[in-house]
Ligand binder design. Structure first.
Ligand code: HGY
Ligand code: MN
Ligand code: MN
Length: 421
């Protein structure tokens, strides 16, 4: 019994092992292109390949029928007694943001694997198959569009996207796939038959401040925010920053700055949890004494409230038109993502709550401010998410941290739901 176990009381998350969760997460974290500066594991890279091989080996060691699908997801199947029954699915993503943490996505993959190990150790044969899945490219930070892996199993047509979306070096998704020895024309083969799936569970770190500030162990996620993302490129003109009068210059940053300021003010004005972010900003030529000729920036809004999303889109277009008019610039605006808010399964939320009450796990029903594969899968089958706390609410940064015992608590609630299903 480690000190931590006695502090939490070993039984509240038995038979889940926090130790094995720690070992798997620490092993995964080694597949990282920025060691010492957070974890970076972008899709179709060397680090992602190492992570896939590691996961396939661990899935097989846990007795799973294991395969890598046509879009880079890793899937393991634990056969149930009646293989004709629709299966339960559980998982999360194995890719990360730049300089992120070792828990985002990965905690959900490792917890699903740990649940399989516990079922086998307990000698429990489920009624139905349990499919665990490690999704490829949920974050979308390399190619600027998310959910490549989960759209793959959902059978979304991505054939055009894999040729149009490119990374910072101009490499398309197709080219990146081919560098991995994959045939990008076969991504349609990754699609699942959703009549064969009865439920999907995703365990994930909260990535926000709610659970840790209230000292709670488990988040029962009832809904996931919707979000929209645009990429705006302002076209101005390079000029001497000293000799060009204000009324003659075409300053791309002056234009962008007005829009970005509007975004934050809009989000604050909604006071319904709406948030807006310009996370990506690229100025050219980015030299102190040259009027910026071009400025590219992302405009992202997230909200549970569809009206807020709609008003953001309308207001953004008005703001960029007004700013370009004032500054004598022009612009291109491309919609990159438009995902609706989604309600998760009340029945599965109730099952999670029953488990928390039985195990004495402090918990709270809440929404997710982060996007997840689960929000898209929720349109195809009954879906729920279970959160574990993020220390200081931090994520998508090297400070991201969740105690392994807290992951084990959330995993034990998911374990109970799988047994009930
Ligand atoms: O952006 C998100 O909310 C998620 O972390 N991909
Ligand atoms: Mn994530
Ligand atoms: Mn993330």
């Amino acid at each position: 019994m480690s000190v931590m176990d006695t502090m939490y009381g070993k039984d509240i998350y038995a038979p889940i092992s926090a130790e094995r969760i720690r070992a798997d997460l620490e092993a995964l974290a080694k597949f990282n292109s920025t060691p010492g500066e957070g974890v970076t594991r972008l899709p179709f890279t060397k680090e992602a390949r190492e992570a896939c091989e590691f996961l396939k080996e661990r899935f097989k060691a846990a007795g799973l029928e294991t395969y890598e699908d046509a879009i880079g997801n890793i899937i393991g199947i634990l056969p149930g007694r009646d293989r004709n029954l629709p299966a339960i699915a559980m998982g999360s993503h194995y890719d990360t943001v730049y300089n992120g943490g070792m828990f985002d996505g990965q905690a959900g993959v490792v917890s699903a694997l740990e649940i399989v190990r516990c079922l086998r150790e307990q000698g429990i044969e489920l009624e139905r198959d349990l499919r665990i899945i490690a999704f490829n490219d949920e974050e979308g930070v390399r190619f600027h569009r998310s959910y490549l892996g989960s759209y793959g199993i959902l059978g979304r047509d991505q054939q055009k996207d894999i040729d149009t979306y490119r990374d910072r070096d101009g490499i398309s998704i197709r080219e990146a796939m081919e560098s991995w020895g994959m045939d990008a024309d076969r991504i349609g083969e990754a699609a699942w038959d959703w009549d064969r799936i009865c439920a999907f569970i995703e365990l994930h770190i909260e990535q926000g401040p709610v659970l840790c500030s209230e000292g709670l162990k488990v988040g029962i996620v009832q809904s996931v925010v919707g979000f929209r993302r645009y990429m705006i490129t302002v076209h101005g003109r390079e000029d001497h920053s000293g000799t060009t009068p204000m009324e003659l210059r075409k300053d791309a940053v002056d234009t962008a700055a007005r829009v970005i300021a509007w975004m934050g003010d809009f989000a604050r004005s909604r006071s319904d949890g709406t948030v807006a972010t310009a996370g990506y900003l690229k100025v050219s030529p980015s030299v102190e004494n040259i009027v910026p000729g071009s400025c590219e920036f992302s405009a992202e809004v997230r909200s549970e409230n569809t009206e807020s999303l709609e008003l953001f889109t309308k207001g953004l277009k008005e703001a960029i038109n007004a700013a370009a008019e004032l500054c004598g610039t022009s612009f291109d605006m491309v919609e990159k993502m438009d995902i609706s808010p989604v309600k998760l399964s009340p029945r599965l939320c109730d099952m999670l709550e029953e488990s928390c009450l039985k195990r004495g796990l402090s918990h709270k029903r809440m929404h997710s401010g982060a996007g997840h594969d689960a929000q898209e899968i929720a349109v195809a089958c009954e879906t729920v998410m279970v959160f574990c706390p993020s220390r200081d609410g931090r994520s998508h940064c090297r400070e991201e941290w969740t105690d392994f015992e807290d992951i084990a608590c959330a995993a034990s609630a998911a374990y109970d739901v799988i047994l009930k299903l």
